[in-house]
Write a protein that binds this ligand. Structure first.
Ligand code: TIU
Length: 222
């Protein structure tokens, strides 16, 4: 078996059962006028990782391995948006409100789309999720089971919110998880660093972490 150089120790790569999950690389989190900016965040931090996320996606595509995309979004009638989520953030621009890129975080609106550089291609699974975790209220678990996937490589935003939540959900469901450090970002550098430490602490309590080069090199060898 091939191993990927990772922390806290090498990741045992099972080529036949691995998939990439790219979390929420949407305009709403990376561009001015979207949800991330409405919460008062510096969204340029997210825009900066796009080339590294693209390299990772390209590595999976050229190896013929599955790429799964998630999008955080809600139904236009907001029936899947609990008040506990809607009432957070700036009262001037909440989820469902009209913003410069359409209604904030609503399925089908321009601002909710995945960034064009990272857009899914034909045949790739796209999961629309109303929560932070990608398993909650989505068909992701069944799709992974049908395809015999047992290992998940993670990228996307934000590290300590939707990425970490999904990794914890995946870990509880029995998946081996590895996070690619340059392909994830937070609006708070200290939270990214802390999330990475938390994930791999205590002997990979949630999962492994690896550099982009080491991940791609391991995939290439396998
Ligand atoms: N605000 C924040 O850091 N994240 C989110 O609201 N969603 C995701 O992480 N996708």
């Amino acid at each position: 078996m091939e191993h990927i150089k990772a922390q806290p120790f090498a990741f045992p790569l099972k080529r036949d059962s691995i998939a990439l999950v790219v979390i929420d690389m949407q305009r709403d989190f990376a561009e001015e006028g979207g949800f991330g900016a409405s919460l008062g965040n510096d969204v340029s931090r997210v825009a900066k990782i796009v080339p590294d996320v693209k390299r990772l996606i390209d590595g999976f595509r050229s190896a013929g391995l599955p790429v799964i995309h998630t999008m955080e979004c809600h139904r236009p009638d907001l029936s899947d948006l609990p008040p506990a989520k809607r009432d957070r953030g700036s009262p001037s621009l909440r989820i469902g409100d009209d913003g410069p890129m359409g209604r904030i975080l609503i399925a089908g609106e321009p601002g909710t789309a995945i960034l064009p550089e990272l857009a899914p291609v034909d045949g790739e699974v796209v999961i629309e999720k109303p929560g932070k975790g990608a398993f909650y209220a989505t068909p992701l678990g069944e799709i992974l089971k049908e395809r015999g996937i047992g290992q998940l490589v993670f990228a996307g935003v934000t590290t300590e919110v939707c990425v970490q939540t999904t990794m914890r959900e995946a870990n509880d469901r029995g998946y081996e998880c590895i996070l690619v450090e340059e392909a994830t970002e937070s609006y708070f550098p200290e939270f990214k660093a802390a999330a990475i430490e938390m994930i791999r602490a205590q002997g990979a309590i949630v999962g492994w972490t690896a550099s982009l080069d080491d991940l791609l090199e391991g995939l290439h060898r396998a």
